[in-house]
Ligand binder design. Structure first.
Ligand code: SF4
Ligand code: SF4
Length: 254
């Protein structure tokens, strides 16, 4: 079973390719993260988890979903991270998560995908985005091959001090910066509701045809990136910055 958490679609893209190659069932965990209910999985596995890296760790809603769900004891667990650079402390987070849930940790690996964090920088040009997505494909195919063969993923080489440093940074960022307070909507809004339906945490409701943000935000960037008329801004930080609308949007423009 391939379970994925996604914002703008990078992790969905990777999960779909893995599921296609392995023939496994595909599950979007937003059906659980939107209202926080647990899941009770009984299939023998392997379980393939796909999550974006936020700051230097797997997305917190993804980790919380795994923590509150149940899995068969000793089922194999593979962790595939998507990020624009490195997966930071993710392997150690995943190792600990596996131990806590009685899963057999088979490794964690990073797939480099386009940068989507428009709060930090604008998206690159389509040609560069396309190249990055295409370069990821053989990596994803190798990962799927290892899963199919029942092999472990390559060692991550992470040191314990790296994990400790990541925990400090991740906790600090979540506490002080991971907020939806600065999201704004402009007069360009066409009331399509796409931002609300794209939020994997159900943090946006539509009131009088306009989005209203709540307090549960993980900065996945789906609302701001997928708006068809670029009506969402994060304060003044994102004004004039190009958005990344996900792999399918980039590839379909070929
Ligand atoms: S409010 Fe926007 S950025 Fe925050 S979790 Fe929802 S879609 Fe992602
Ligand atoms: S996606 Fe954009 S246009 Fe659609 S409701 Fe949200 S802000 Fe308005």
């Amino acid at each position: 079973m391939v379970l994925y958490f996604t914002g703008t679609g990078n992790s969905r893209y990777v999960a779909e390719l893995i599921a296609e190659a392995t023939g496994d069932k595909l599950v979007n965990i937003s059906e659980y993260t939107r209202d926080g209910h647990p899941a009770d999985f009984e299939e023998p596995g392997p379980y393939v988890f796909v999550s974006p890296v936020y700051v230097s760790a797997p997305a917190k809603p993804f980790m919380e979903f795994v923590k509150r769900s149940s899995f068969p004891r000793d089922a194999k667990a593979y962790f595939i991270m998507t990020s624009a650079a490195s997966m930071g402390g993710s392997p150690e987070y995943c190792r600990r998560l596996s131990a806590k849930k009685g899963l057999l940790y088979q490794g964690a690996i990073n797939v480099v995908m386009p940068q989507n964090y428009v709060l930090l920088a604008q998206a690159r040009e389509d040609k560069q985005l396309r190249k990055r997505i295409e370069d990821a494909r053989p990596v994803i195919e190798r990962i799927a091959g290892a899963i199919k063969a029942g092999d472990k993923l390559p060692p991550d080489g992470m040191q314990s001090w790296e994990y400790a440093a990541c925990v400090l940074v991740v906790d600090f960022y979540y506490k002080h910066f991971m907020t939806a307070k600065a999201f704004r909507v402009s007069e360009d809004c066409i009331s399509c509701g796409k931002c609300a339906s794209a939020c994997p945490l159900g943090n946006i409701v539509m009131r009088d045809g306009r989005p209203l943000w709540g307090n549960d935000c993980t900065h996945c960037m789906a609302c701001i990136s997928l708006c068809p008329v670029q009506a969402v801004e994060f304060g003044r930080l994102t004004q004039g910055r190009r958005r990344y609308q996900g792999p399918k949007s980039v590839l379909k423009e070929e």
